[in-house]
Design a protein around this ligand. Sequence first.
Ligand code: HEC
Length: 445
Amino acid sequence: MAKPTSRIAGATSVATLLIIMVLLSSDRSVQAGSSSATFPTFYKDVLPILQQHCQVCHRAGEIAPMPLVTFAQAHGYAEKMKRMTSVKMMPPWFADSRFGHFSNDNSLTVEQIATIASWADSGAAAGNAKDAPPAPQWTKGWNIPEPDLVIGMPAPVTIPAQGDVEYTYEIVPTGFTEDKWVQASEIRPTSRDHVHHAVVYIRPPSSKWLRNAPLGRPFSASDMTAGEDTQQALFTDSDMLLVYAPGSSPDQWPDGMAKCIPAGSDLVFQMHYTTNGHATTDQTSIGIVFAKQPPRQRVLTLQLTNYSFVIPPEADNFRVEVFGTLPNDATLLSFFPHMHLRGKRFEYDIVQPGGATETLLRVNYHFHWQMSYRLAQPRFLKAGTKLQAVAWFDNSRNNPHNPDPEQTVRWGGQTYEEMMVGFFDLAVPASVDKWRYFVRHDQTK
Ligand code: HEC
């Protein structure tokens, strides 16, 4: 054990050394059996990690700046891979590991981090290509299975080089003649760098929302003439099909659960673009995989929102909370916290009848990585269960993302304003839509 440790020690940091020592002590049997193969190789040891934890983003056409698929692509990044994985910046995952277990937790184990470090430190050897695991079968252009239907915004939106861009909407009739059940969906902007967030809403035929707005071309609240229509553009209780933000993942519901798009619905794209010095256009679309058979349960996306906070200048740990009570039984599936640049931490709790809280998720929030967190074990909650969301904001100058620590900050759509939204997904019986879910039944019967 002393030999490989001392050989590596000359070239590496103390932190890496400690990690390697953990690896060696926890993995003695492997060490003992492989005296010649001291150092990891790309094909045998590193590529399996990249396939399982990195290529979802690090392949052509996806969000990461470079692919990590072949040896030639990965070799030059060995040092950077070591650095980014050892400080846990890659793969991105921000849940506090003390609370909850999540099926989409993509973090590396201590052993995997040490393997990458030791590969980088030992010269990033290729090894034998015969050791490579089979290449994963990615769907080209998507991270969900091949969509059955792709619905795009009919007209491209022009994004200026500078300034704020109002939320932009496009309404697209689906033409569905029967209710459709969505098993998986993914939003794909064409100009990802400019999209701060996108929400695709479902507008059923019975909804009065934005009925005076045009179909199939972009508009914003200030294009609407009546005050009521302007208000409607900004606030809706329509059901959501999917939310997209930087780093967010597509939806894929477990078997037997799906989202419903009722016959005759329209999809409403709500786009928030930010400018970055380059004018461009965007034409976002959503890919949809339909359920193979009607599901037993319908998935609803609800939210815990506080609109009325006032964050004082320079406050470095400002707490905002909101409560909600479930009107009916439901199965809790996943979370998606949303804040802006001053977001620091976000937590979801169950508040027990006596007032004690049980934390379901705590996220060390990072604006550039707005992710969903899917419970490894969906959790059944009785009607009357009290949920709490708590957000902490950092409006101090220690927050490197803070655009102005001297501002008093309130709710608002732009990134220099703030939001406090705890989205969460519930499964309810397939016949219950969002409106019926909120009808409270007599809980004594
Ligand atoms: C969810 C998507 C995603 C996953 C998963 C992911 N990355 Fe990344 N990675 C990115 C994005 C986007 C960037 C660029 C933005 C940034 O640096 O934050 C990046 C940046 C990097 C960089 C820095 C590149 C540079 O030139 O500075 C390295 C190195 C890296 N990733 C390695 C990895 C490794 C290794 C894994 C798997 C263990 C991984 N990433 C998993 C999305 C991802």
